[in-house]
Design a protein around this ligand. Sequence first.
Ligand SMILES: Nc1ncnc2c1ncn2[C@@H]1O[C@H](COP(=O)(O)OP(=O)(O)O)[C@@H](O)[C@H]1O
Ligand SMILES: [Mg+2]
Length: 325
Amino acid sequence: MALLNLSSSSSSPSTSLPLRAPFAAPFPKHAAFALRAWRPRSNLAYFCSSIRTKATLTIDSPSTGGASFPDGPPRVLLEVKDLKAVVRESGQEILRGVSLTISEGEIHAIMGKNGSGKSTFSKVLVGHPDYEVTEGRVLFKDQNLLDMEPEERSHVGIFMSFQSPVEIPGVSNFDFLLMAFNARRKSQGLPPVEPLEFYSLVTPKVAALNMNPKFLDRNVNEGFSGGEKKRNEILQLAVLQADLAILDEIDSGLDVDALQDVAKAVNGLLTPSNSVLMITHYQRLLDYINPNYVHIMENGRIIKTGDVSLAKLLEREGYRGIYGA
Ligand SMILES: Nc1ncnc2c1ncn2[C@@H]1O[C@H](COP(=O)(O)OP(=O)(O)O)[C@@H](O)[C@H]1O
Ligand SMILES: [Mg+2]
């Protein structure tokens, strides 16, 4: 597995792009540990094994209202039923019976007060080790997600953008993305892509996010502002093209320009066959990414589901409006 590749050599990474051989810029040993600590194998494993090379049809925003489906209704991607989970260490119950179904091509938003369990829900979906599922079931493309290791969950097409992306000293963005991309190709029996070729593949995605190309040379998230980290998460997603992107507070810390760039990039990644689950505090993100469904989470449960008007009501009247609705 690619983690081993990361720890297999010791010289320091090169910083010039793209003039290095595919494996001539190995990672320092500590990088592997940093990566493991960074996120519980999920996104990294996803990078290593789930980068899709399929052609995609990009659309500006999804529309399901009144749509007819010549090929039948969209396939259910994620089905969560009565999911309960506790903090592994303390046994404290956080999720108290979450149910949610997401089909291909849909955008779902989860809103809710701080501490209502939104991040826990998304972390449980990717198999975060801090939590133990005590009841319920989660199917992803008809497979039991709860039986899968975090890396398997990413193999089958789940990507999660964390609320607070962690820095990885000593590993450049470019190296990280290239390593992951090639690891995926290797798992598909394909030869590695040369850095130059990968550079031309990744730079349009960097440009689409209005990121400075120098971001590719910088160490993953090291010294990045909050907004830069969020853009970087979406850059990873753009390279991965997951079937289900879980975006936790992708809008936090973004000014309007950055928010628009991120939203545009997310909209550009949507295809009729993938979906987005975004967790957000604020209606303003929903001005740019138009969800099909808005769910309100409270005390570890989804207490209300509606369309975007629910988010507008929340913005206007606060939670009192929701309870009265
Ligand atoms: N690993 C953990 N250890 C202890 N408490 C946790 C842990 N994860 C979540 N919690 C608690 O669970 C509740 C929900 O947290 P979280 O899912 O982060 O909420 P949200 O994302 O909606 O703000 C909070 O009270 C939080 O303190
Ligand atoms: Mg949270």
